[in-house]
Write a protein that binds this ligand. Structure first.
Ligand code: HEM
Length: 278
């Protein structure tokens, strides 16, 4: 019975996502400065006050959720958050589609054995190892080496941003899909060597590339903005998401970026180059 429910649920979900993708193709994109809807925090690039987390506040491995709590868009203590609320603010802040904003918190609720409609969550609970959180992350050390996943790992973030090989139209440094694939290959190979409890199955590889790809679609890979977001978990003044489609980034569209990043990851090549360099 549960399997039948899953099949119907997933079929309905992907039909919904495809429908939203078609509407996006047929409607004009949002105008710059008007991506966050009027009346919502961040409209016109004006973000509520940033206050870094205090002792006792709940934070997690996700910079996107921590930034929302640091600006008070989610509760500042990071506690007792409804799954639907999480989706609602991701929709208005980052302009991911309603389908994405339903699916990810719903997946998190299922992973934690919670009721999506009724239960609440503290951000730290999201760090369940090998739930969504996994080894070889780009901005956190592995959980076995650093059980507190709530804080940015400055060394990895600095290295990642320094690897940016692209430039935007104004000459600013930009991370490309190839940069993310290369850095992911390095993290996977290095973590395999460093962490005796290392695991990374196919699903978690794809989760990894999905998270990495958000930096391309929501930030255009812009190093300056990512520096603030990843290191301080703060929105830069005047920042707005680079996702402009009318109904937000759907899975159908996002999958092309995710596939590009994931398929470009070549651990063997990284190890060969490392060997040559020593
Ligand atoms: C309710 C929605 C979300 C949930 C439950 C969630 C959960 C997570 C979790 C558990 C991780 C840790 C994964 C790891 O071990 O590497 C993570 C990382 C991350 N997430 Fe989220 N996330 C959500 C929404 C978002 C959104 C909307 C964005 C982008 C705007 C985003 C961007 C990222 C990034 C960049 C990372 C770091 C990846 C890494 O270190 O390799 N997330 N998220």
């Amino acid at each position: 019975m549960f399997i039948l429910y899953k099949v119907v649920h997933d079929l309905a979900f992907f039909t919904w996502d495809a429908g939203v993708t078609v509407v996006n193709l047929l409607t004009p994109s949002k105008d710059e400065g008007h991506i966050v809807p009027e009346g919502h925090p961040g409209f016109g690039g004006t973000w509520p006050e940033y206050i870094p987390p205090k002792e006792g506040d709940s934070r997690c491995s996700c910079p996107a959720l921590n930034a929302l709590a640091n600006h008070g868009i989610l509760p500042r203590d990071g506690k007792n958050i409804q799954f639907k609320e999480m989706g609602r603010v991701i929709r208005t802040t980052y302009n991911f589609s309603a389908t994405f904003c339903y699916f990810v918190p719903h997946y998190a609720a299922e992973m934690l054995g919670k009721d999506y409609g009724k239960d609440t969550i503290d951000l730290q609970e999201i760090d369940l190892h090998n739930g969504i959180e996994h080894d070889a992350s780009l901005v956190r050390e592995d959980a076995a080496l650093s059980p507190d996943q709530s804080k940015p790992h400055v060394k990895y973030i600095t290295e990642l941003l320094a690897s940016a090989s692209g430039k935007d139209e104004n000459g600013n440094a930009v991370l490309t899909a190839q940069d993310l694939s290369k850095f992911s290959a390095k993290r996977r190979a290095d973590a395999r060597e460093l962490n005796k409890d290392f695991t990374l199955d196919f699903f978690h590889k794809v989760f990894g590339s999905t998270n990495a790809s958000t930096m391309l679609v929501a930030f255009g890979g812009r190093v300056k903005d990512l520096e603030t977001w990843l290191l301080e978990e703060r929105f830069p003044d005047g920042w707005e998401t680079k996702i402009k489609s009318r109904l937000g980034m759907t899975f159908a569209k996002f999958n092309t970026t995710i596939a590009k990043v994931e398929l470009g990851i070549d651990e063997k090549k990284y190890l060969e180059e490392k060997k040559k360099a020593t």
